[in-house]
Design a protein around this ligand. Structure first.
Ligand code: SF4
Ligand code: SF4
Length: 254
């Protein structure tokens, strides 16, 4: 059977999700026989032209050039998976969406007139059809290997739809909200990380984005009972996944 061609593409991002892919070295060896890494600039300068059977896309769309390039990548890719909070929700850089981007460029750059940028940072799915979205900041390498394996075998990826709370129960972590009165976004956050933060006695800050049907109103009310003010609740939702609709609304769309 010919190897499937893999392309890995970067847009506005910190490269952390691509590093998760590189961190899969042991696991990827098992699937390397079925994959030809044809375009992955983070790992190799060698670029084999498309079309690609599978494209992994990291990062959000923030410039007019990005807007053009993502269409080109889509045309070259049979199956497209977006990886990480930047690609699936606009990332931390989507905080610009709640302000006037010109206010930022005028403060940060000596020559803001040199900067060509869009007023908003948006997820890849806002521009082209996406076949699967893998959440997290960064993504879980276990989930990434599962998604790549599922693609190779032509099946649906097995990624959990439930919240971080279920992962806490599975690893027998005592709930930080109940036992310690620590504000936690776990009840409204998509599982996938293995509930790392509560295992170290901290609240989840939502890096995997909203879970299915998140009850953000209820968790906001509970946080306020614990003494967090409106601004604190807004800041909690407006983090890595600020532009994901349930978190955008819960944080107060301005
Ligand atoms: S999702 Fe997080 S780790 Fe991944 S590229 Fe964006 S900022 Fe980096
Ligand atoms: S517990 Fe929450 S913030 Fe911590 S890694 Fe998991 S999803 Fe991210």
């Amino acid at each position: 059977m010919p190897k499937k061609k893999l392309g890995v593409f970067k847009f506005a991002s910190c490269d952390g999700c691509q590093l998760s892919l590189l961190d899969c070295e042991d696991e990827l060896l098992a699937v390397a026989g079925a994959l030809h890494v044809a375009n992955f600039l983070e790992a190799s300068r060698e670029v084999v032209k498309g079309p690609y059977d599978l494209a992994l896309v990291e990062g959000s769309i923030t410039t007019p050039h990005d807007e053009e390039r993502i269409h080109k990548v889509r045309r070259q890719s049979k199956f497209m998976v977006t990886i990480g909070a930047c690609a699936t929700a606009g990332g931390i850089q989507a905080l610009r969406n709640f302000a006037n981007v010109k206010d930022y460029t005028s403060i940060v750059y000596a020559r803001p007139d040199y900067i060509s940028t869009l007023s908003k940072s948006t997820p890849i799915s806002g521009h082209v059809p996406v076949d699967f979205e893998l959440r997290g900041c960064p993504i879980s390498k276990t989930q990434l290997v599962e998604v790549v394996s599922a693609f190779l075998f032509g099946r649906k990826p097995n990624t959990p739809p439930h919240s971080v709370c279920v992962e806490c129960k599975k690893r027998e972590t005592v709930c930080v909200m109940v036992a310690r009165d620590t504000p936690c976004l776990g009840p409204v956050t998509q599982a996938g990380c293995g509930a790392i933060c509560p295992a170290y006695h901290r609240g989840c800050y939502g890096c995997f984005g909203p879970a299915e049907s998140p009850n953000t109103g209820s968790i906001s009310a509970r946080w306020k009972e614990m003494g967090v003010d409106d601004a604190g609740v807004s800041r909690a939702f407006h983090g890595f996944n600020a532009w994901a609709e349930p978190f955008r609304k819960a944080g107060g769309e301005r």
